[in-house]
Design a protein around this ligand. Structure first.
Ligand SMILES: C[S@@+](CC[C@H](N)C(=O)[O-])C[C@H]1O[C@@H](n2cnc3c(N)ncnc32)[C@H](O)[C@@H]1O
Length: 408
């Protein structure tokens, strides 16, 4: 037993099969109960060993119990699912999966490649299509089959290298290639597992293709096909994921899309661009400061959305916009500009003292500045979320401090 009993690992296929059988499920439920009751993981591991459980079974039971408890924040039925911590970490956010799955709702069948424990495969099957899920990890496929049974969904799991799997020509494909190797995030699409260019070439006969990608995907990545839509999915303040859409799953001639989601994956707001991005002119600081949602910035839609509010840019290379009047929009956080100050700690500290604004938050825009060091330098004002925001902003020429009161 390792010193960290629940350190994440991938089980052997026979251990995964044991886990989803009656005996394994009983052990798993017991371990979850013990952890819920406050017993330490190490004590549970010792108890399992004392009970004579084989070390690999004890380890997977403990890992799956930790994963199940973590998954409660994501899945209402987590206590019926069997997951591992590493597969859960790689699994798509349920809101992103549900939003993506909506594009497959009209298909009779779908192939989900690199399906892991099935975050996307199960979400697609829940929309109606039968799903063939393919992954080379046999243990994950065993868990996926179990989870599909629990949810009463029609998913067939196939253990295979996706590049060797003959994808049916008539139905759309979803794929979620691995984005990590040896703990490192892989940035370039040609580095993913499998590489995106090989994946796209392999699935080319499919009538529509969707590929889950990191929201940090480089828009200039040479492996991004030209005739494709790149969608950025956001839930609250969190930029969840990106999706690449091709063929029949692409929305018309969309090039980039920003989508704001509800927690269940329903679309709250969606905007699409079919042409190169607009670019607003740069102008003076107005009475309102506008910070676009990350999805809008990544889809290069923030200028178009800002134009609708009568906004202008603060600087050529900043997404932060400014306007002379407040027009509420779901695409922007807005602040009433209370002060425009030079980027000097003593001036900012003096203004905060005299204005007595209550809790403040610090935000930096394009500056290589440590907010905690700045907070100290401006006299350690009381900190608090949703308070007055001290924006330290790099402009095209110099830098400025803009102090703003949040607007609804
Ligand atoms: C990001 S995870 C998928 C997560 C999944 N969409 C979910 O939401 O649960 C990527 C998966 O790709 C699989 N994978 C990577 N390369 C593969 C290949 N060449 N063939 C089959 N599966 C592969 C890994 O085993 C891993 O389970």
């Amino acid at each position: 037993m390792p010193s960290d009993p629940a350190a994440s690992f991938d089980p052997a296929p026979d251990v995964a099969r044991w886990l989803v059988g009656d005996a394994g499920l009983d052990v798993l439920a017991d371990v979850v109960r013990e952890l819920d009751g406050g017993t330490a993981e190490l004590a549970v591991a010792t108890r399992l060993r004392r009970d004579g459980l084989a070390p690999d079974r004890a380890r997977i039971a403990l890992d799956a119990a930790v994963a199940r408890r973590r998954a409660r924040a994501r899945f209402p039925d987590a206590d019926a699912l069997v997951l591992t911590t590493s597969a859960l970490e790689q699994s798509s956010h349920p809101a992103a999966s549900a939003a993506r799955a909506a594009r497959y709702a009209d298909a009779a069948s779908t192939t989900d490649l690199c399906s892991g424990i099935g975050g996307d495969a199960l979400a697609i099957a829940a929309r109606g299509p039968t799903v063939v899920a393919v992954d080379r990890d046999a243990a994950r496929m065993t868990l996926l089959e179990h989870n599909a049974r629990v949810r009463g969904l029609d998913v067939t799991a196939v253990v295979a290298d996706v590049l060797a799997y003959p994808v049916p020509a008539g139905s759309p494909v979803h794929a979620d290639p691995g984005r990590r190797a040896a703990g490192r995030r892989l940035r370039r699409l040609s580095e993913l597992h499998p590489p995106v260019p090989s994946l796209l070439a392999h699935v080319a006969p499919a009538p529509g293709v969707g590929v889950a990608l990191s929201p940090a995907v480089d828009l200039a990545d040479p492996a991004l096909p030209a005739a494709a839509e790149l969608e950025f999915l956001q839930l609250g303040p969190q930029l969840l994921e990106a999706s690449l859409w091709l063929g029949g799953l692409r929305h018309g001639s969309a090039v980039a899309t920003a989508t704001l989601l509800a927690a269940d994956g329903a679309v709250r707001e969606r905007r699409t661009r079919t042409a190169p991005p607009a670019e607003l002119p740069v102008g003076e600081v107005g009475s309102v400061l506008l910070e676009p949602r990350a999805a809008a910035v990544r889809a290069r839609l923030h200028d178009t959305l800002g134009e609708e509010l009568g906004a202008r840019r603060l600087a050529r290379h900043r997404a932060l916009l400014t306007a002379d009047a407040h027009v509420p929009s779901p695409w922007f956080d807005a602040w009433q500009v209370e002060a425009v100050l030079p980027l000097r700690a003593k001036d900012i500290a003096a203004w905060l003292r005299s204005a007595d604004v209550g809790p403040v938050e610090l935000a930096t825009h394009g500056l290589d500045a440590d907010p905690v060091a700045w907070w100290r330098r401006i006299g350690r004002p009381p900190r608090g979320p949703a308070g007055t925001r001290v924006h330290l902003v790099r402009l095209d020429d110099g830098a400025v401090c803009l102090i703003g009161r949040p607007l609804d």
